[in-house]
Design a binder for this molecule. Structure first.
Ligand code: XMP
Length: 524
């Protein structure tokens, strides 16, 4: 089996918000990479043995008084190095160039003129100027600029406000670009990164879904041997892919516990069982816990309290089930690479908290389970590709995200069974029509919300005094910010008519036109 880890790249993180994007671009080019903090132990960097190193951008300023914070090991390894934005400035400073505050900070689109026919930029251009020089449309975001060329370097790109916008010492394979080639605003960015990986570092595109699956299966088998493994299956993308992967790797040694909270989407519980237990033959224990969840939620209307109740009961039920299964040594989790980066790095944002609910953490100590995390090297899009490779249904893999507490946070205030049933029907109509109209994949997340206020309506000759459904659809890349989706009016009209006509408990449908910020995506 080919080794998918021989050609790998190290990304040294100086704190840019775009560092993960660099890693994703590298992986998309078929090359494995990892992100280390810029203060990583030099021995760890050495033993990773990368074929090339990328220095990320960062919020810091490289000033003449502060020495460059690139560890010496980066240049001792004698592999190509590519500095992006701050990474280029820090590299220039490392080799003795002056870096100072630019007259004008530059944020946004810029046109860069390629110079010097470097191996990095040769024949990559968006346009050509009158003198025949290549021009690149790029995304700039910097306050400092490199004032002079470091020793041994030549100029490979410039703009009016940053005369030194790209540098190279081609004899050693050192390159720097002032602009962000990892963002999609820089049209040729992916090609530039690919050029660095293949032509300059000599990496081959080994990192492909089939190889990732084979390699993961092999390492799971080596890790667990003949031990039994337990997995909390939620029906979400990550745990589903873990289940399919482990099933291929260890078959009957895997037992999944699927807790049906009664707060899932239309037919979701049956679909999970159908895919895993019936089609794939995975051992899945389904716990129908709707009554327990509704009882525990009775009278609880505060959003945070509801989350606590749902999360707490979920762990309790999962533990009780897990305790019935003897002879288990491993607990599998759907931890993915962004979770690993976040818990290792300084960012302790919301995503981390969200995940701690998702990943059942609090198993009794006496079970002494070891953690098995077969997706911990993968980004979400890679998890999806692996899921396709494993033959999971596209509808399951490409599904919009769904919060751990489920419909519990989409029914405002107290959760009751009639409210949950009404919401499920409305949500199902919305999602079904989004798919029918080819809109589902054009929005990042779409769902219905149940508002426990009553409004008056007329249906036929009768008066209806019933509840309100709000529809929410957003477009986002990272779920940290989002805009509301501009769904066609005719489509919204169809939604309102179908939902009010088909669901007796609804008299009015509204569409949420709030962006994030200031609103959040979920209503609670
Ligand atoms: P917000 O509402 O914070 O949501 O804008 C951002 C993304 O996170 C999801 N979300 C959750 N996921 N447990 C989860 O697993 C939660 O408690 C939770 N709250 C929000 C939300 O669906 C959106 O995709």
């Amino acid at each position: 089996m080919p080794d998918i880890y021989t050609d790998k790249i190290l990304i040294l993180d100086f704190g840019s918000q775009f560092t993960q994007l660099i890693a994703r671009r590298v992986r998309e080019a078929g090359v494995y990479c990892e992100i280390y903090g810029c203060d990583a132990d030099p021995d760890r960097i050495r033993s990773f043995a990368p074929k090339g190193i990328i220095l990320s951008g960062g919020p810091e300023s490289v000033s003449a008084s502060a020495p460059s914070d690139i560890p010496d090991v980066v240049f001792d390894l004698a592999v190509p190095v590519f500095g992006v934005c701050y990474g280029m400035q820090a590299m220039a400073a490392y080799f003795g160039a002056d870096v100072g505050a630019a007259d004008h900070a530059e944020f946004g689109y810029a046109t860069v003129r390629a110079r010097g026919h470097s191996a990095l930029l040769r024949d990559i251009q968006d346009d050509v100027n009158e003198q025949g020089h290549g021009l690149l449309d790029v995304w700039m975001s910097h306050g400092d600029r490199v004032e002079s060329l470091p020793n041994g370097f030549k100029l490979i790109a410039s703009t009016d406000s940053a005369p030194v916008a790209g540098i190279a010492d081609e004899s050693r394979g050192y390159y720097g670009l002032q602009f962000h080639c990892e963002v999609t605003h820089t049209k040729q960015g992916a090609r530039i990164i690919q050029r660095f990986l293949t032509d300059i570092c000599g990496c081959e595109a080994q990192w492909q879904p089939a190889g990732i699956v084979d390699s993961s299966i092999e390492s799971v088998r080596a890790q667990v041997g003949s031990d039994n493994v337990l997995l909390g299956l939620s029906g979400g993308v990550d745990s589903s892919v873990v289940a399919a992967l482990l099933h291929q790797a260890i078959g009957a040694q895997l037992t999944c516990v699927f807790v049906d909270t009664g707060l899932l989407r239309h037919a979701e519980g049956d679909q999970v069982m159908d895919t895993f237990a019936n089609s794939l033959g995975v051992k899945v224990i389904r716990v129908n816990a709707e009554d327990q969840f509704l009882q525990a939620l009775a009278g609880v209307s505060d959003p945070e309290q509801k989350r606590k109740v749902i999360g707490g009961l979920f762990v309790e039920i999962f533990e009780a089930e897990a305790n019935k299964i003897t002879d288990v040594k491993w607990l599998a989790q759907g931890t993915i690479y962004p979770d690993v980066i976040e818990s290792a790095g300084s960012a302790t944002g919301k995503a981390h908290v969200i995940k701690s609910h998702h990943n059942v953490g609090g198993l009794p100590a006496h079970m002494k389970l070891q953690l098995l995390e077969p997706l911990r090297e993968l980004f979400k899009d890679e998890v999806r590709r692996v899921g396709h490779q494993l033959g999971l249904p596209a509808a399951m893999i490409d599904r919009h995200p769904f919060p751990g507490p489920g419909l519990g946070v989409r029914i405002l205030g107290e959760v009751t069974k009639p409210f949950a049933d009404t919401l499920r029907k409305a949500d199902h109509i919305f999602i079904e029509e989004l798919r029918n109209h080819d809109l589902y994949d054009k929005v990042s997340q779409a769902f219905a919300v149940f508002l426990p206020v009553k409004s008056v309506g007329v249906t036929g000759d009768g008066r209806r005094y019933a509840h309100v459904i709000s529809l929410r659809a957003v477009e986002t890349t990272d779920f940290m910010t989002a805009v509301w989706a501009r769904l066609p009016y005719d489509f919204l009209d169809l939604m309102s008519r179908r939902i009010i006509n088909e669901i007796e408990g609804v008299s009015r449908v509204v569409y949420d036109i709030s962006g994030k910020p200031p609103a959040t995506i979920e209503w609670e």
